[in-house]
Design a protein around this ligand. Structure first.
Ligand code: AVJ
Length: 321
């Protein structure tokens, strides 16, 4: 029986990424490492915070418009979702699809825990069969595309504004990569959080209860657990700031004083100056017109868009050209 924390990512890759990130002039850590079991559970809590409207907006648009969205799709169809998370908001789309035809749903997730949760959450919908892929997004998508039957159209879901974690050029490249695994008339439903007043954005990423701070600090906790490091979590603090050039909210961890940390499992030590930060995530924010342009620039056409006005958020249907 294992009682210690089990590394979910192969350790050599995690160690290499931590070494590379913490030896840059602006120290950084890849945001994908925020989502171990603890981080994923904390994100679920973030998504119910009053200050963080993003997840609820995403769910509302899908709930209100599921039939309208599904009606625009060519049949028969296979659904592939990039980063299923808990799978909760996908329910409305799958139910609407199931009314038209029995449908295969292929969630693609690197986290086995999230994949299992998603199968449990969505396993009860009639006429939906679930086939999960424990893969990186593009690898998983290529595999789903390879298995498709000749007459099947693919419908890819990339929800929750996860694209916002890429900077703009990388986001465009990612859309191009998706497009290149698709055929004309396949489609992509893309969720994007829209620009809103800066104080509102900052509150969403620095909530008064401190859940987002815990989510961010857990990354150092994870490095301690999985890479035998000695980060003192109380010597770092969570910071959210708006970057007006990138139009993104950045999360950082600020060192409260000069200190040295040893990451035994990666074989190095690193010095922090007082107030020096580690940049852990960016969440880019878009305008609704920008999404049309992004589609055009990456081999898609934006065929329709649904907006939540309570918390400005867009769901856009991109059709491969
Ligand atoms: C799940 C990537 C969309 O960027 O808003 C929430 C993650 N980070 N609070 C986001 C997150 C801090 C979230 N995404």
């Amino acid at each position: 029986m294992l009682t210690h924390a089990v590394a979910t990512q192969p350790v050599p890759e995690f160690a290499a990424d931590v070494l590379a990130g913490l030896t840059k002039p602006q120290k950084e850590l890849p945001s994908k490492y925020l989502y171990d079991d603890v981080g994923s559970a904390l994100f679920e809590v973030i998504s119910v915070l009053p200050e963080y409207g993003l997840t609820r907006a995403d769910e509302r648009v899908l709930l209100r418009n599921a039939y309208d969205i599904v009606e625009r799709l060519p049949m028969p169809i296979t659904v592939a979702e990039l980063g299923s998370g808990s799978g909760k908001k996908t329910r409305w789309l799958l139910k609407a699809l199931a009314r038209r035809q029995p449908t295969a749903y292929c969630p693609i997730e690197i986290s086995p825990t999230a994949l299992a949760m998603c199968k449990r959450e969505l396993g009860d919908i009639d006429a939906i069969s679930i086939l999960g892929f424990e893969r990186e997004y593009l690898d998983g998508l290529a595999e789903v595309a390879d298995r498709r039957k000749i007459n099947q159209h693919l419908f890819v879901l990339f929800l929750g504004s996860t694209i916002g974690n890429f900077d703009r050029p990388a986001g465009l490249q990612f859309l191009r990569d998706i497009r290149n695994t698709l055929q004309p008339d396949d489609s992509l439903l893309l969720g994007t959080d829209l620009l809103k007043p800066i104080p509102q954005l900052l509150e969403a990423y620095a909530d008064p209860v401190g859940v987002t701070a815990a989510f961010n600090l857990n990354l150092l906790g994870r490095i301690n657990r999985e890479l035998e490091a000695d980060f003192a979590l109380d010597q770092f603090e969570h910071v959210a700031r708006f970057n007006p050039y990138a139009r993104s909210v950045e999360m950082h961890l600020r060192s409260k004083r000069a200190q040295t940390v040893t990451i035994g499992g990666a074989g190095f030590s690193v010095r922090f100056r007082a107030d020096e930060t580690i940049w852990t995530e960016s969440s880019h924010k878009y305008s609704k017109d920008e999404v049309f342009q992004m589609a055009k620039d990456t081999g898609f056409r934006c065929e329709a868009q649904w907006i939540d006005h309570e918390w400005p958020f867009a769901e856009s249907l991109l059709v491969a050209q």
